[in-house]
Ligand binder design. Sequence first.
Ligand SMILES: [Zn+2]
Length: 500
Amino acid sequence: MKRSSYLDWDTYFMSIAFLTAQRSKDPKTQVGACIVNTDNKIVGVGYNGMPTGCSDDQLPWCREGDTVYDTKYAYVCHAEMNAVLNKNSADVKGCTIYVTLFPCNECTKIVIQSGIRKIVYFSKKGSDSPIHKASVRMLELAGISFRQFIPKEDKFVIDFNVYPDVQYNSSKSTSNGEKMVQMDLILATAGFDYMIRLWSPHNATCFKKLGHRDSQVNKLDISTDGKHLVAAGHQQIRVYDLASPSPYPSMTYDKLNKNVTSVGFQSLKQWIFTGGEDGLVCIWDIRTAACQRKLKLPSPVNSVALHPDQTVLFVGQENTSCSYWDLRHDKEIVIHKNPTKEGSVQSVAVNNIASQLCAIDNKGLLRLWDIKELAKPKSITSEQCHPTRGLKCTFSPDCATIATTSADTTAKLWTIEDEGIVLDKTFSTPDQKWVWDAVFSTDSQFLFTASSDGTVRLWDSQVTSTPKQEYAAHQKAVVSIAFWDREAQNLYSKDNGSES
Ligand SMILES: [Zn+2]
């Protein structure tokens, strides 16, 4: 079927005029012009600049001086003049000229004398000036039509990210994907701009981009061995081979419904778990991409966390309940349910030694349970951590701290004590907006946060005032972070069980 969102001629030619204007070195005003013949073929383009052979560096660009000799006005050739003189046809008789600014009186003379019959302009800035009035006077006498271009959209973006195999040619990036396998730390970030970025956490260098066309990314995870990344999006999950130079997924699982909200690798990388808005928690065979097992729940699944022994999945649901799926006995066991009073569960997390479980809801309330005896979870506390929507809760690797994030623009650190939790730090910046995700560093001393302003921040748990590092390149909200540390493989090995 034919694409319907293609550019119409008017928008196309005016966009060429705008693009051409970007060649101008004038610090104040950049003007572009594009001349088109009656066959809709471009026969000339131009922008305002110094005459050929006259160095841009030796003539003035300022607007004021002792005399005109010291200003740009004595020297600059306007875009319309250049477009006419640059023509690649015998003449421009009968043509239309697209200009970003209504022509001055001098350019109007050139337009008339060259035989151009129509002017399409974008802005009529300065329409009260005598110069502008002189232009109109001449155009009317000469019978040249002029009309303003009214854009249908306020923006037309040229996005070089369309082909993710092409990397930025800046000193801050490298196209060497092979370099990945030697890395000791990988920070992966993604969200609503359809792009997964891989960063070197220490210097905030984005060293690789992975295209995630057609879908936002809701959740990321990196395999325990650091070789694969999984991204959950709309109706599918995609697995990327991090050792490969290719920016495209090595495997796509597309038999999912609605948004997939949770995803993660089993530690031995035999399977992947997902949870989604369709109320399903699924286990996918990593080699065949087939769904091995599924659990159907009555409401959308917002969060899934894997028990360190790999035999239990904790599930937080939209209907406010928090439960777990015992994979050995294939049973769902409800830990907490109170649908009338409480908010939906947004995030669940289990600590590294499987002694505690926490869940935060969309009213900012955090619940903490003792799950040393999983069959008999004991409530430790429930704490109003944020005044509004909670988005994420997670334990530090040393199990001493919980981080919570919220739509209230903050991330908070809570010290875990016997009777409950105590606020330790609040991380906030004026720009941060919603804080969607948080991940601790392996030593539990630093926290990465992802926010609606497209920026990921690294906070030192000893310093609250400003982030230690910022990772800013995303065009839209960042909602998920995955962090991999070679050290963590040894420190917090999850490989103590693999039955399923
Ligand atoms: Zn002019």
